[in-house]
Structures are given as structure tokens and as C-alpha cells.
Design a protein around this ligand. Structure first.
Ligand code: NJP
Length: 241
């Protein structure tokens, strides 16, 4: 309650569900993504339900944009308790399709976006010796699968950043968590342009979690007592295997 949480990728899926969950629990939510209309709609929905939210159009691939976001949160609510680096892209394809533009996008959003989120929030958290940095990694960061080579590489990278950061912050009270979901039913699959891959992920029988399931895992990590750090949550649909 009363925690201030910045959420990137708040315009849909896991980010949107996490924003609603935290607002319901009495947190102040700072919504960030590129699609302004969606952010405004969500902010209004949260406020109608009695919650507290503000929104800021943000591109996680720009360090300046991420610094502006952190400053905006401080100006609005005075502190940052949780930085949820959740924005991500997954345009799966086999490497020999040479979709280099999509590799660039994944590196920029999934890797640089997370690093910039850490850089934007960390100074404020270190100043108070209090704060929690959470990143949406993936089960794809635990094992590689064909067509997911570049995506998995970006998610392995984020897991390593979080593990290293956790070790570097061992002498502080800051917490670090990776959330690693299996398949979640969101808009993420809409951006797969490889025609050989797309149908597999559009199968309505594909076991999947809801965004709310993942939001609950994020909330679980944040709602632990001061002395307890949940460093990683792996959450899959029961029959994903
Ligand atoms: O997908 P989706 P998810 N700057 O497409 C934002 C990971 N994950 O909720 O900018 C700022 O609904 C985009 O906003 P917009 C996945 O890798 C998922 O599933 O307005 N924001 C949107 O809000 C990702 O890290 C599954 O277009 C940018 C959001 O990202 C996280 O979950 C499994 C941006 C994507 O929301 C959330 O994805 C798994 C930018 N440059 C991990 N680019 C799964 N769904 O199965 C994109 O293991 N966004």
C-alpha cells in the first residue's frame, strides 16, 4: 500500500494487468509505454475504480526518455519504490531468415530498455537505501528453442543483469527480482512476422497463463517483508511442461 511503482509496457498485457493489481492494492502507479491513448484509457479506468495513477509516453530504447520517466515519478509522488522493467518484444524467426531489423528491435527493447530502466531508477533508490527493481525475463531465458534464438539471448541477458545487480547490491536494502513466465495470452504474438512460426503461437489450444496470473506473481515478490527478497519467479501454465 502507498508504494510508488513505475511500469514499462503498461499499455497492454502483463504491464496493464500489473498496473490494475497494484492500483487495487493501494499503490501509486506510473504507467509508461509509447501508445498514449491506451495509457490514458488505463489511467482513467484505474481512477474510476478509486486508484491512483499517472501516465507518461516513454520509449524504453531512449535513456533520456527513461530518465524523464523517473524524474516524472519523483516529481509526482516523491519516490520510486518499484521499477518494473516489463516492456518487451518477441518477433520470433529462424536465424537464417536474417530478420536483422527485428534482432535490432529485440536488443534495443529487451536489453537496452532494461539497462536504461535500471540506470534511471537506481540513483533514487540508492539515495533512500530502499527500492525494488523487477524485470520481466522469461522461461526463454532458461533454455533456447528454434526460432527463439535471439529472443532467448535477450532474456538470458536480462536474467544475468538482474543476478549480477542483486550481487552488487548485497550490502544494501534494495531488492532485485526476475519474473520468468511461460506462455502468457497477450498481444506479444501479434508481432511475429515469420509465417512459419506464427500459426504455432495462434493455436487456441496452446496452454497459456493470463496476464493477471503474472501480475499476481509480481505482487507476491513486492509484498514480502523487508528482510525477504524473491530473486526469481518461474511461472508456467500447468501443462506447458
Ligand atoms: O506483451 P504485450 P506482454 N518503449 O505485447 C511495450 C515478456 N514475456 O505483456 O509502446 C516502451 O501485450 C508495449 O507498449 P507500446 C515479454 O518479453 C511475455 O506479453 O505502447 N514500451 C506493450 O505495452 C515482455 O518483456 C510472454 O507498444 C514498449 C508491451 O511492451 C513482457 O513479458 C512470455 C516499447 C508489450 O506488451 C510483457 O509482454 C514470457 C518501447 N520501445 C515473457 N516496445 C508471453 N506473452 O507469452 C514495446 O516468457 N513496448
Amino acid at each position: 500500500k502507498d508504494k510508488v511503482i513505475i511500469i514499462t509496457g503498461a499499455s497492454s498485457g502483463i504491464g496493464e494487468a500489473t498496473a490494475k493489481k497494484f492500483a487495487e492494492e493501494g499503490a501509486h502507479v506510473v504507467l509508461a509505454a509509447r501508445r498514449e491513448e491506451r495509457l490514458i484509457q488505463l489511467k482513467e479506468e484505474i481512477e474510476r475504480a478509486g486508484g491512483s495513477a499517472v501516465s507518461k509516453v516513454t520509449d524504453v530504447t531512449s535513456y533520456e526518455s527513461m530518465q524523464d520517466l523517473a524524474k516524472f515519478a519523483i516529481k509526482t509522488y516523491g519516490q520510486i519504490d518499484v521499477m518494473f522493467n516489463n516492456a518487451g518484444l518477441m518477433p520470433l524467426s529462424f536465424m537464417d531468415k536474417l530478420k536483422v531489423d527485428e534482432w535490432d528491435q529485440m536488443v534495443d527493447v529487451n536489453i537496452k530498455g532494461v539497462l536504461y530502466g535500471i540506470a534511471a531508477a537506481l540513483p533514487y533508490m540508492k539515495e533512500r537505501d530502499k527500492g525494488h527493481i523487477i524485470t520481466t525475463a522469461s522461461v526463454a531465458g532458461h533454455g533456447v528453442f528454434p526460432s527463439g534464438t535471439v529472443y532467448c539471448g535477450t532474456k538470458f541477458a536480462t536474467r544475468i543483469f538482474m543476478e549480477g545487480l542483486s550481487k552488487e547490491l548485497a550490502q544494501t536494502n534494495l531488492k532485485v527480482t526476475s519474473i520468468s513466465p511461460g506462455v502468457v495470452d497477450t498481444e506479444l504474438m501479434n508481432f511475429i512476422t515469420d509465417k512459419d512460426i506464427k500459426p504455432k503461437f495462434e493455436d487456441p489450444n496452446l496452454p497459456s497463463l493470463t496476464s493477471e496470473d503474472v501480475a499476481n506473481a509480481v505482487y507476491y515478490a513486492v509484498s514480502q517483508p523487508d528482510g525477504v527478497a524473491i530473486n526469481e519467479v518461474i511461472i508456467r501454465p500447468t501443462n506447458q511442461g
